[in-house]
Design a protein around this ligand. Sequence first.
Ligand code: EPU
Length: 450
Amino acid sequence: MDVFKIQGGQRLTGKISVDGSKNAALPLLAASLLTTESIQFDCMPDLSDIANMSNLLLELGCNVEQNKNSITVQVKDESTSHARYDIVRTMRASVCVLGPLLARRGKVRVSMPGGCAFGDRPIDLHLRGLEALGAKIELDGGDIIATADRLKGSTIFLGGPFGSTVLGTANVMSAATLAEGRTIIESAACEPEISDLALLLNNMGAKISGAGTPRIIIDGVDDLSGTTHSVMPDRIVAGTWAIATAMTNGDVSIERFPLDHLLAVTNILSTVGVHVNQTDPSQDPRSCTVQVISDRYLKPVMFTTQPFPGFPTDLQAQMMALLCLSRGNSIITEKIYPERFMHVPELSRMGARLVRQGATVIVQGVDHLVGAPVMASDLRASASLVLAGLAAEGETTISRVYHLDRGYASMEKILASLGAKIERIDGSTVVDGLPLIETVSPKKVIQSNG
Ligand code: EPU
């Protein structure tokens, strides 16, 4: 288990580019199960979650070839349709093979994903959607078994207590492409990753309209074919780089920035005093170059996470790290995952003043954060600790960075290229963020407890 060691206080400057989106790529890869023709994906991010999904596709009878940032998938053997617990447990998004396998192979066995670090993550809406298409669903030994002869189009409501479901919409939309007749998904997720999946499916021969709105219409077809697809830029990684720049009062130019997909975030950032400006108005605002600069003093703000186009839950932790350094009290409410606050105690160890009440955290801005050994707990919480470490006085060590490798390719190299003092060290020489080889002075321990 590797560790990041950061010497805070370096201003980030320079130019970087945003990779393809993890959360778009996972259901896109799963959709290649819908045809026996080959699909080439370009702009694939180099992430452990992508490697996990590639392994799952191999187990499900696919050939998977990787060439730099391209991955080509072709189904060779359709006899297996079991996504084992070993893989589903490491990556919840394995559940997005459910719809494609059911539609194409008529049966699927997928391990029921457990909870995750930030609470319960049910899949009842996925199952309800597939049942509405005519699937029979059973539970056996912790696995979901879904079977159907041919799925039949239907009208399906996918809204739940916290809004729609992104991967549930991906599953039902993918399955409905091969169903008989018309499917209408009401209260569909509007996230850009769903539009990217619909683009791929339509290029494979599907008939989908309305993706990106709460009402998606799918007219089923008999067969789908191969194609080439370029994965959209990662809006969460892009937002993380913008916030990292602001945390260090930096000046960074970011290419392939999906500005149009981050309007809720850039709106909050501009209230705080962070300016994300498109540098060439002729570029497509879904993938353009922006310059990020911030005012000397940051202002507090109030925001709530919401489904797209609202403020994304996947940037809540990073924005909290930034607001720790604003002048005044900010209020953050989490409406997608009310328990997603694993970063709160760790940021507090770095001197942040945070008060949590249920799904709300009050952030009292402080002058500075102080470096400390902290522990990564989930992907986005870990990202917020890296950002806090970049801005903090002194040294921060972050253990369990494998969480970050799931969603940020070469994070330390990208930040180092912008001037950050960050290195990855072998975790076997470190315990809980403290190097084994170094004698820890009492002064250092007190400092690191912030
Ligand atoms: N929900 C239900 N029933 C369901 C499914 C979801 O009640 O059947 C609830 C969830 O508990 C949650 C809300 O609906 O409160 C939204 O969950 P959703 O299903 O949309 O989440 P997801 O599709 O499993 C994707 C991303 C997450 C991101 C969420 C919300 C992928 C691989 N994952 O998860 O990304 O937080 O949408 O935008 O696309 C991350 O990248 O760090 C990450 C966790």
